[in-house]
Design a protein around this ligand. Sequence first.
Ligand code: NAP
Length: 338
Amino acid sequence: MPDITNLSIVLAARPEGRPKASDFRIEQSVIPQPADGELLLQVLYLSLDPYMRGRMNAAKSYAKPVELGQVMEGGTVARVVSSRHPDFEEGDIVLSHSGWQSFAVSDGAGLRKLDPSAAPITTALGILGMPGFTAYAGLLTIGRPKPGETVVVAAASGAVGSAVGQIARIKGARAVGIAGGPEKCRFVKEELGFDAMVDHRATDFPEQLRAVCPDGIDVYFENVGGHVWDAVFPLLNEFARIPVCGLIAQYNAVGHDGADRFPTFMREVLSRSLTIRGFIQREFVEQRPAFYREMADWLAFGKILYREDIVDGLANAPDAFIGLLEGRNFGKLIVRVS
Ligand code: NAP
C-alpha cells in the first residue's frame, strides 16, 4: 500500500461549550507495522457517540479524558490487514476500539471477531453493539416495564432510544417517543411502530406530551435532560422508574443556570416514591450473551428495526460529531472510513 498513509483525528483543544472544527486536527503518519503478537487493523467504520463529548473535557468522569494531541477515542469495525497474532488472520473483521484513525496496531486485547454473514457489520456499532445493549440492559434491569404501562423515551429516532421503545412494546408496554422535528417523529411512529410521538421543538411540547400520556408515565428512559426532563417530570406516576442513561442536552453546557431545583425535586422523589437510577452500560456486562441472543432473534423476526446514518470519510467525522450534539443525525451515526 505505498500511496496510503494513516489518517488520524486528534483532540487539538478542549471545547468551551459547543465543540468547533478547530478543536480537532487531522494528522497524517506512516502506517504502523505490527510486531510479534500484534496485528494491523484497517478501520472500515467508526462509531460516533455522545459520550465522546465528555472525553474532550479535562474533568474527571467515569472514564479518562482524551489528552490534547491524542487520537480521539471510538469504537470501530476493522479488517485485519496483516497478523502476527495466533488468534487472528488476514481478512478477519473485528469490533475494536481503535479510535478516529484509518489504521491501528493492536495486541488483540478487547477485539471481537464478527461474522459478516450473520448481520451487516455496521450493526456491531449500533443495534447489535453498545447502544443496543444500553437500551436492553437499562430498560429491562432498571425500567422493568410491565404490560400496559407507559414508557417514554427521548432521542427516540436515535441508536439507544429507537431500541428502548421497540423493546418496551415487545414487553407489552405502551411506547411514547420524543424526537426533534416532524420527519423523525413520523419515522418512529409509522416505521418503528411507537404508539405516540411528540416533537420536543414544538412550542406546546409539554401540553402535547401530557395529551399522549393520559395515564401518566411509569418508565421514563432518560437520554436527554434539559427541557425534555422538565416536561416529563410532572407526569411521572407513583413508583415510576427512571433509568438515567444520558443527558445530551447538557453535554455542551458551561456552568448551570443558577436555579436551585433540588429541594422541589427531592420532595417529588419522596412523595411519588420515584426510583431514579443512573447507569453506564458496562456494569451489566454479564447480560451481554442474553442480549446478543435476544436481539438477534428480534431482528430476524422483524420485531426490531433500526436506522443508520452513514457519513463518508474520516475527515468529515468532526462535523458529523458536532451535528450529533444538535440532533442533525437521523439514526445511529457511523463514519465510513475506508
Ligand atoms: P442518538 O440518539 O443517536 O443521537 C443523539 C440525539 O440526541 C440527537 O439526534 C437528538 O435527537 C438528541 N439531542 C441532541 N441534542 C439535544 C438537545 N439539546 N435536546 C434534546 N435532544 C437532543 O444518540 P445515542 O447514541 O442513542 O445516545 C442517546 C443518549 O444515550 C445520549 O445521552 C448518550 O450519552 C446516552 N448513552 C448512554 C450510555 C450509558 O452507558 N449510560 C450508553 C450509550 C448512550 P432529536 O433530534 O430527536 O432531539
